[in-house]
Structure formats: C-alpha cells, structure tokens
Ligand binder design. Sequence first.
Ligand SMILES: [Zn+2]
Ligand SMILES: [Zn+2]
Length: 377
Amino acid sequence: MKLRKRKVLLFLLAFFLLYALWLSFSILRFKTYKAPALKPSPLEIEGAYHIHTTYSDGRKSLDEIAKLASQADIDFIIITDHGNPNKESYSSQDWKEGVLVLAGSEVSVSRGHLVALDFELPSGNFSPNTEDAFYEIREAGGFSIISHPYSKSGWSWGEFMDYSGIDIISGYYMLRRNIFASLPSLPALLLKPEYALLKMFDNPHRNLRKWDELNNLHPIYGYFSADAHLLYRPALNLLRLHLLLQSPLSEDFDTAQHQVYEALRKGRFYNSIHAAAHAHGFRFWGEEGGKTTPMGSTVILDSSVPLNIEAPFPFAKEIHLVHNGKMILRSTENSISYEAAHPGTYRVEVYLTERSPLDKNIPWIISNPIFLREDEK
Ligand SMILES: [Zn+2]
Ligand SMILES: [Zn+2]
C-alpha cells in the first residue's frame, strides 16, 4: 500500500515537473515580433479602444490607465464607461501623460450595448430604446458601434440601421469564454501575461461572418475592442487600432480629437493583435482615376479597380484578400496588386508564421474594407 502511494506521488511529481518545464520553455520562447528596420510614419497612429475605468466598472482610475498607456507607447485611448451617457468620464477627456484620452460611452439599450462616440453632451439621457438612442446619438453629432454582439447578453438584431461599426474581436468576452480551455497556460498570467492572453484567443469567425453579411447591406467598420476592466498593462498591449491620418496628430486637443474621430468615421484604420507582433506599416488601398483611395472608402467600379496590399513584415506568413466574406486570393508575398473586377466588399487578413504564440488560424491583422460599387447611370 505504502509503495503504491509512493508511486502515485512520484508520478504526480514527474507530471508537475514536466508541466513546469513545458510552461517555462513556452514563456521563455515567447517574444512579440517587431520589424527592426521599419521607420514609423507620423501619419499612422495607434490606440486602444473600449476601456472601462473607475467611472464605471473598471478597476483602475483614468489617470492610472493613462500612465500605463504612456508606458505602452500608445498615441490615444478611447475609454467607454457605462452610462447613458457617462458624464463624469466625458468631462475628463484631455491629453494625459502624452496620451490623447477620448471618452465615449457604452450605452445600455434594448438590443444590447452600443458605444457612442464623438457626441455633444446631451442635456438629458439617451433613450434605453435602441432605435431612439441611435437617432439621439446622431442628433448629438455622434456615431455608434455595436459592442460584443455575441457575448452572453449579446445583440438582438433588428432591421439594420446606419451603425458606424461593430466589434469583430471583443477582448474581454473572448478571454472569459476561453478561460477553461486555456487553463494550462493560465499560470503564465503572473509571469508573461501577454503570452497567457494570446493563448486564450480563438478565431472570431462568428463576428466576421456577421460583419461580412452586414457589409452587404451597408458599409460598417470592424473594431478590435479590448473591453478592458482589469489587467490593464497587458490589455493595453493586446489589441490596437491603427489610424491613417492625413496630417500628423495635432498637439491641440480639439484638433487631435477631430483627427481620430474622422479616421474612425471613414474607416481609415486597420486592427492588429499587437501582443503577437507589431504591425506599423501595413497598407491597403485602391486606385481610382489616378488617385489612391484608402481603406473604408467606396469606389465606383468601371471595368476594374487595382487593389494594393503591403505587409512589409518578415514574420507575416500569408495575406488573404476576402471578397464578400470569401477568400479569393492567398499569397506569401509582402506586396500584392490585384485587379478587382466585381462589385462588393474587399478586405484583408494577415496571418503570422507558425512560430508565433498566436494560433495559426487567427488573423493577426484585419483591415477595414474597400467597397466597390457599380455606377448607377
Ligand atoms: Zn458591454
Ligand atoms: Zn464594455
């Protein structure tokens, strides 16, 4: 009996040692890919979207979060505290620690959670009815984004309105959903939190399918949304929006705010999983009459439109061009030009090499689309 007990103990010990070895090896091997030679462009700025603070149910104050954002080398953050709207966070928008801090509100409406951005503070509250709130936000000069459409409470779809955006990754809900599946990597949260969080990612195919479907009705832009409530240091490094500006970000708060919202309203941005690799320098553009047309724009299709993609990263394995939700081109080149001859929605996904901690089926970059429309003559 004693011998059997000892055998079990030895077995458990060996198992634990092997596990500890595996975890240490995985953590030591983990690194965020960075392209060494790329010169950053002042026209591309990076930020984290959908962050909660102590103004609602977040664990840290706005000032503490701004400090962490500054350490994470972020140009802007968009906080989205709950409220119809959240007036306290709204009045705290400013430059903090060299980071542009903008505040929208996550409004609870009848169909789910809707983030309102770039609005003038209303005298009363936004309505709890989705359709009414949508028009009130628009009336106040703002625009709205559907949040975490497939969380537990989710979004109940009605007749589609002119929403500006939708979450294609909702960080917080994805991590919560996969916490049990990624138990073996979970202790790494204490040592290398980015590694542990990347191991909790899955392919956001449900969101992507819905996004592609909605784009058949109306252009709508896709967001990687952190929905951070805690673990801010890794959360700020996890997902990024990369905005392409027309002039470098102004030092004047109002002008800078306008520049950020202008890029979001026009879909001039792409999304990246920043903890896996740094994406600065990705480009996707079309050409129309000798002029370039950026992501987010609608181009009139005459006979064909050249679509150009640049992903100048040694660690990028594959570029996928997606048309109306279907992959039509797959390439291992860093630079592609494609003659698009059919109307519809074109967008790009970029995947990393196998050595990345990000599962090889999860897109590292997701661009916003270029829409080709036939001329209504
Ligand atoms: Zn929410
Ligand atoms: Zn939220």
